[in-house]
Design a binder for this molecule. Structure first.
Ligand code: ADP
Ligand code: MG
Length: 263
């Protein structure tokens, strides 16, 4: 329960650099409908370079849809979305530019089962970025080492645990050298003992200064690395605050109810 959180037990958010002036993502009065269903309502969100944002909220509140709009996996209908100064419109060239800068990790790792771990990591650099295979492999091995599974490079996804596959998915996204990483419930399909290893990888990435938006209900992670927690309900951003304030002093009834259910 929220009321029982002992502040002394809440790890302080680490002081990681956040830019005062460089905007990574700006969403202005954005609305989206699926047919008649108004799924996102007047979303306004500004993310500075180096920010680490955790998005939480009940199932069906629009969290996935919102972050999928940021790399145009979903299209918004009104309002504006700017990523690193580039506005998302129907301009395919711009969409491509934005996608180059934004890496995404999904709940279900979406690795290609018929390709080795190394091939999963080098596919896009070789075919999209036109990188020489040798260079792509060298970079992939560096990232696989960083997520601590270089020894798995020549295995197939089916031979790895869920936690290892998710770390491959993170390494694969990093191989494209993104400036921003989006995570959509990266640990919610994992067995409890594997959650920690994936969260550790994400903490490591946060500490490297990566701009991150993470949809997750891992509130320990939020406390440890987020500089802002955003709560969504019924397609709206209801409340946002620093983790300490968010957990200790939630403002809205809906936030209180949500926290009482997950903490
Ligand atoms: P969350 O990630 O917070 O659980 P989603 O963004 O996945 O929420 O979904 C928000 C709402 O939009 C839900 O009611 C969901 O059923 C609906 N929805 C999601 N994707 C589609 C789609 N492709 N077509 C129609 N409705 C959708
Ligand atoms: Mg979702």
């Amino acid at each position: 329960m929220v009321a029982n959180i002992n502040p002394a037990q809440v790890p302080q958010t680490r002081k990681l650099a956040v830019s005062d002036t460089e905007v990574a993502i700006e969403i202005i009065n954005m609305n989206k409908w699926y047919g008649d269903f108004h799924v996102l309502r007047d979303i306004n969100l500004k993310v500075m370079n180096g920010e680490r944002i955790v998005v939480c909220g009940p199932s069906g509140s629009g969290k996935s849809t919102m972050i999928r709009c940021i790399n145009r996996l979903e299209e918004h209908q009104t309002g504006r979305i700017m990523v690193d100064g580039k506005e998302l419109t129907n301009d395919l060239k711009k969409i491509d530019e934005v996608r180059r800068e934004v890496g995404m990790v999904f709940q279900h790792f979406n690795l290609f089962p018929h390709l080795t771990i190394l091939e999963n990591c080098t596919l896009a650099p070789i075919w999209v970025r036109k990188m020489p295979r040798k260079d792509a492999e060298e970079i992939a091995m560096q990232y696989l080492a960083r997520v601590r599974i270089p020894e798995q490079a020549h295995k197939y996804p089916g031979q790895l645990s869920g936690g290892q596959q998710q770390r491959v998915a993170i390494a694969r996204a990093l191989c494209m050298n993104p400036r921003i990483m989006l995570f959509d419930e990266p640990t919610s399909a994992l067995d409890p003992e594997m959650i920690k290893e994936v969260l550790e990888t994400m903490v490591d990435l946060a500490e490297s200064g990566m701009t991150m938006i993470c949809v997750t209900h891992e509130m320990g992670f939020a406390r440890q690395v987020a500089n802002r927690v955003i709560f969504m309900d019924q397609g709206q951003i209801i409340e946002q605050n620093t983790p300490v304030e968010f957990f200790e002093n939630p403002q809205h009834e809906r936030t209180k109810l949500f926290l009482s259910q997950i903490l």
